[in-house]
Design a protein around this ligand. Structure first.
Ligand code: FES
Ligand SMILES: [Fe+2]
Length: 318
């Protein structure tokens, strides 16, 4: 189960997109079905029936809050237990052998999160900026054809701004580029958290990027008076070649939903500029010895060290 980023909590879907019908998602190489039980709780099961492997997500949710397989109508509850096999004598069936895998879920910051493992998950550690009520956030998702590690690197990089974002907000770095400044990046590194402060003169020094393991990069506009206070960029792996970029924008207080949507577009539009370049890269990030590095690569090199020491090594050992 789960080929990539095993045993982590991941945001997968805006909770507003899960109604009465089941929803299929692919997370870290695994096809899952999300649905609501009778009490409205959100549950995640492996999207493969234990009978003949049909996708449960093609079925329906029954009035008693189970998911019914579209093929022969077997029903599974939110824990993955099989509770009905039509046309068969219940006394001749060992139901305990028919269960499908279920995975822990929770709702945070307007998103459904799934734990990429079985059993009791650890408590999810998230920044305080993700602990507000659902209405504080605007959520955007888009798929990039890239390995998730490349998407993280693009988000943790100040140096690409005047090039990739020449036509948008990259102008903030234009005068530094033209005057030939040597950037001296201020970086705080604690192993599973990397904070990088803006190197550009004229940009408030509190403007910072922060990576938190495994796949979150925050753009901290916090005190700059923008309509977006903080961008939370999650690079959620669909598989080795595709990443579901889930962006949770913490909006300034006092905006209605329509104003939020309008203001958020300015922060979402430049993502396409990143996507084009990132999709031109090939495969996951290299080990430290691969590709070439210069001093301004310090933040992404720290991420590479963490990735290769904690994630890639586990993949080799598995
Ligand atoms: S494949 Fe699901 S009930 Fe037969
Ligand atoms: Fe960018």
């Amino acid at each position: 189960m789960f080929e990539i980023l095993q045993n982590f909590w991941m945001p997968v879907l805006p909770v507003s997109e899960l109604g009465e019908s089941p929803v299929s998602v692919t997370l870290a190489g695994e096809k899952l079905v999300l649905f609501r039980t009778q009490s409205g709780e959100i549950r995640a099961l492996r999207d493969r029936c234990s009978h003949r492997s049909a996708a449960l997500s093609l079925g329906r949710v029954t009035p008693n809050g189970c998911i019914e397989c579209p093929y022969h109508g077997w029903q599974f509850n939110g824990d993955g237990a099989c509770v009905r096999v039509p046309f068969n004598d219940v006394n001749k069936i060992n139901f305990s052998r028919l269960a499908v895998n279920s995975f822990p879920t929770q709702v945070i910051a307007g998103c459904v999160w799934i734990f990429t493992g079985e059993g009791k998950p650890p408590v999810l550690q998230i920044p305080d900026s993700l602990k507000l009520s659902e209405t504080a956030y605007y959520i955007h998702q888009e798929i990039w054809k890239t390995h998730w590690t490349r998407a993280i690197e693009a988000s943790l990089d100040f140096v690409h701004l005047p090039f990739v974002h020449r036509e948008s907000f990259g102008q903030i770095a234009q005068s530094a580029l033209e005057s030939g400044d040597v950037l001296d990046l201020k970086v705080n590194d604690s192993g599973d958290r990397i904070e990088v402060f803006t190197p550009y003169a004229g940009v408030p020094p509190t403007f910072a990027l922060e990576w938190q393991q495994p796949n979150l990069v925050m753009v901290k506009f916090d005190d700059l008076g923008f309509p977006v206070k903080r961008e939370h960029f999650f690079a959620v792996p669909i598989d080795e070649h595709q990443t579901q970029c889930t962006i949770i924008l913490q909006m300034a207080e006092g905006m209605d939903a329509q104003t939020q949507q309008f203001a958020a577009q300015e922060f979402i539009k430049p993502l396409v500029e990143d996507r084009v370049v990132v999709e031109s890269q090939i495969g996951e990030i290299h080990a430290i010895a691969g590709e070439c590095h210069v001093p301004t690569d310090k933040p992404t090199l720290l991420f590479r060290r963490w990735y290769h020491q904690t994630i890639a090594r586990q993949l080799v050992l598995r």
